[in-house]
Design a protein around this ligand. Structure first.
Ligand code: GTP
Ligand code: MG
Length: 342
């Protein structure tokens, strides 16, 4: 839904973005259909829907009745009717022209790591409208990347930032404001201002983790959501859904969670970064020790995958894996007191 992303970016007072005046005017010409226009949706239901974060037809059209019923506290029959109506009225447009796709791609922004070798590896930086999976062993530097990108996201656009707000879902209690302070100073930024734009939530279990995505959806009305970090993505799911019998359930839930995250990235023209561990020790249940824990579903959901490992002399190596439009490759960088450096 480029409409919303455009409005958002205009809000961040960036004149240089490829948001042309014509593009905005073009959209104004189309009469806007809102959720209130759905047959059978009165003010009270509309309010419930909006409160649950559904303020666009497309968001409703893609829901399953049971999920909508639960999230918006409606009956399942009502939910089903709303979804059917939304499907009819929403401009779902399953097929779009290559030209339209190109203009959507032109909206893509790139977040700098402020490390030349990493930016080069990624063809200029971490792209919006994408889900990046960072995986590696314990201590390989996944959380450091999350912290660094959170800091960089607050930088102005001219400096490769997004001038945006960061939503950080912390599942392992490893977010450290002190570390943000160090990294902000490392780039000459005011630590308090940077910290003020990073919104952190500790997820206590997988259900809470999934609900937090809905929370971000709601908050995107008032914030310029440009970066969503989930560190780490699968740990709660792995701890809660144990054994072969639970494998399908776990993957289903993870899949749903990833879809919700990807939707946030698309709607807000934002970047989603998730971390994922790999085991250093071979583990009977997980087989190949170098495979990330989330398995296949995660691999398919992510647009970019970065595999991190430690090298000699405190250096780190990041390898780009399975990118849709960039060659696989590696780069070397360092984690210092001030943050990531060449
Ligand atoms: P798990 O979450 O345990 O899987 O690890 P991770 O991949 O998230 O690792 P993390 O990002 O926490 O990296 C930890 C490593 O970063 C440490 O072992 C240090 O090498 C490095 N590091 C963290 N803080 C600093 C710092 O202030 N200065 C320096 N020089 N290095 C740091
Ligand atoms: Mg970590």
């Amino acid at each position: 839904m480029p409409t919303k992303a455009k409005n958002k970016d205009t809000k961040s007072k960036n004149e240089d973005l490829p948001l042309t005046e014509e593009a905005l005017m073009e959209e104004d010409e189309e009469p806007q259909v809102t959720i209130e226009d759905l047959p059978g949706v009165g003010p009270a239901t509309a309010e419930k829907l909006r409160e649950a974060g559904f303020d666009e037809l497309l968001a409703l059209a893609v829901m399953a009745p049971a999920d909508l019923a639960e999230q918006a506290e409606l009956g399942e029959a009502v939910s089903s009717k709303i979804i059917q109506a939304a499907k009819k009225m929403a401009n779902i447009g399953g097929f779009v022209s290559g030209e339209a796709l190109l203009s959507r791609r032109r909206e893509v922004q790139k977040l700098t790591a402020k490390v030349q070798s990493i930016d080069d590896l990624l063809g200029g930086g971490f792209e919006t409208q994408s889900l990046v999976e960072v995986y590696g062993e314990f201590g390989s530097g996944k959380t450091q990347i999350g912290h660094q990108l959170a800091v960089n996201c607050t930088m102005p656009l001219e400096e490769g930032g997004f001038d945006g707000d960061i939503f950080y879902i912390d599942t392992e209690d490893t977010f450290r404001p002190e570390r943000i302070t160090q990294m902000a100073r490392g780039h000459g930024l005011d630590p308090d201002q940077v910290l003020g734009r990073i919104h952190v939530a500790r997820a206590y279990n997988s259900a809470h983790q999934m609900l937090l995505v809905d929370e971000i959806k709601k908050m995107s009305k008032n914030f310029n959501v440009k970066l969503i970090i989930v560190d780490s993505l699968p740990s709660h799911f792995r701890a809660e859904f144990i054994g072969r019998g639970m494998l399908a359930t776990r993957q289903q839930k993870l899949n749903r969670h990833l879809k919700d995250l990807k939707q946030l990235a698309d709607v807000n023209n934002a970047l989603v970064l998730v971390t994922n561990q790999v085991h250093s020790k071979p583990d009977a249940m997980w087989g190949d020790p170098t495979k990330p824990i989330g398995g296949h579903i995660l691999a398919h959901a992510s647009t970019f995958r970065l595999y991190l490992r430690k090298a000699k002399g405190g250096r780190r190596i990041a390898r780009l894996v399975d990118s849709p439009n960039l060659p696989d490759g590696e780069c070397v960088y360092q984690v210092t007191e001030e943050g990531l450096r060449d």
